[in-house]
Design a protein around this ligand. Structure first.
Ligand code: TXA
Ligand code: MG
Length: 327
């Protein structure tokens, strides 16, 4: 039986930390999405993450720390730019790729000489990470290729049987995965758009390379995990301006709208991401809305495009990947 316990409960934190140190997997909340954590220094425990998620071994994991002081346990050096990024965005939804410390087993980084690191924002989560006393390797707590979980219930629905314990921190406030920036290239590069906007990263680092959203995985040499088949619903999804497609008669079509959609009637179900048009709200609700539509057994999901500024870039990245892997 999987236990779901509040991350704010000190006893739960103590039990979860002990479980992790014993080699068990523990799901935990972050500001972005829920993570599936293992002791990053225990290769066998990390191997179970790949098994439970059915994740290919060439897709490296992010290592989570309670505090920047712990960085020396996972990173071999501090590249230029790290100081500025850490001061501005940590704790928060930014992951940096830096040279790997030998204490981190190869399975964590899929054999790369670099490691991805982040310090999550919520204080209760950092208290738990501190209680673990070891860096925590964690991907998003969903089966490989599916939409990331933004509530403890999402995790329990899909991975419940495989887990001893889920720490519950309520719905994730950001709702999109962290932005991944590598500091081992010159200039630095954004490998995945996410909870920190491209504009904000550039504001701190100056020149930053970014591969255009929607660039297929095959041409992203420095980012092995960036498979296009990701974030996918089981229901086929297309990105279309909702006003252009009156849903066809016998098909049951769901609409994932951005703001008020002009032609809502005729849809079997409608989810609106941000009636007020603000991108933070849209991001926070995106994955839960996709899951609700996916649960209805529809023939098709039509997703309206959102403006590609701020978090809108990351939202469109997730929607495009979902559309690209549609059956
Ligand atoms: O917000 C998040 O980042 C969440 C929470 C749980 O922290 N985690 C997450 O992990 O989204 P995951 O495994 O779903 O995505 C990790 C991403 C992948 O795109 C992977 O390729 C990239 O980080 N990554 C990890 N290590 C890397 C490395 N050494 N070099 C380049 N990319 C790396
Ligand atoms: Mg993931």
């Amino acid at each position: 039986m999987t236990r779901i316990l509040p991350v704010t409960d000190p006893d739960a934190v103590r039990d979860a930390a002990a479980a992790l140190r014993r080699g068990s997997l523990v799901a935990f909340p972050t500001e972005t999405v829920y993570g599936l954590g293992a002791d990053a220094r225990n290769a066998e425990a990390v191997a179970r993450i790949f098994a439970v998620k059915r994740r290919p071994a060439f897709d490296p994991l992010i290592v989570h720390l309670a505090d920047e002081r712990d960085l020396e346990r996972v990173a071999a050096s501090r590249p230029e730019g790290l100081r500025k990024l850490a001061d501005r965005f940590w704790p928060g939804p930014l992951t940096v790729v830096v040279p790997k410390h030998p204490a981190i087993p190869d399975i964590v980084t899929a054999g790369l000489e670099t490691v991805a690191v982040r310090i999550p924002e919520p204080e209760p989560t950092r208290r738990w990470l501190a209680a673990c006393g070891t860096p925590v390797a964690a991907p998003s707590a969903n089966p490989f290729g599916y939409v990331s979980p933004t509530t403890a219930a999402h995790v329990a629905d899909q991975l419940g049987g495989e887990l001893e314990l889920i720490l519950d921190g309520g719905p994730c406030p950001v709702g999109l995965e962290s932005t991944v920036v590598t500091l081992v290239t010159n200039p630095p590069a954004i490998l995945r758009t996410g909870g920190i906007s491209v504009e904000a990263v550039r504001d701190v680092l100056g020149e930053v390379r970014i591969l255009p959203p929607g660039t297929p995985a095959s041409v992203r040499p420095d980012s092995p995990g960036q498979l296009s088949r990701h974030y996918a619903t089981k229901t086929p999804l297309v990105i279309l301006d909702a006003s252009q497609v009156p849903p066809a008669g016998s098909c049951r079509v769901g609409l994932l709208g951005y703001r008020e959609a002009p032609a809502r009637h005729g849809y079997a179900s409608v989810e609106l991401l941000a009636p007020e048009g603000d991108m933070e709200t849209a991001a926070a609700g995106l994955f839960a809305a996709l899951r609700r539509l996916d649960a209805l057994g529809l023939d098709l999901i039509v997703a309206e495009p959102v403006p590609e500024r701020g978090l809108g870039l990351a939202i469109m990245d997730r929607l495009r990947r979902c559309a690209a892997s549609s059956p």
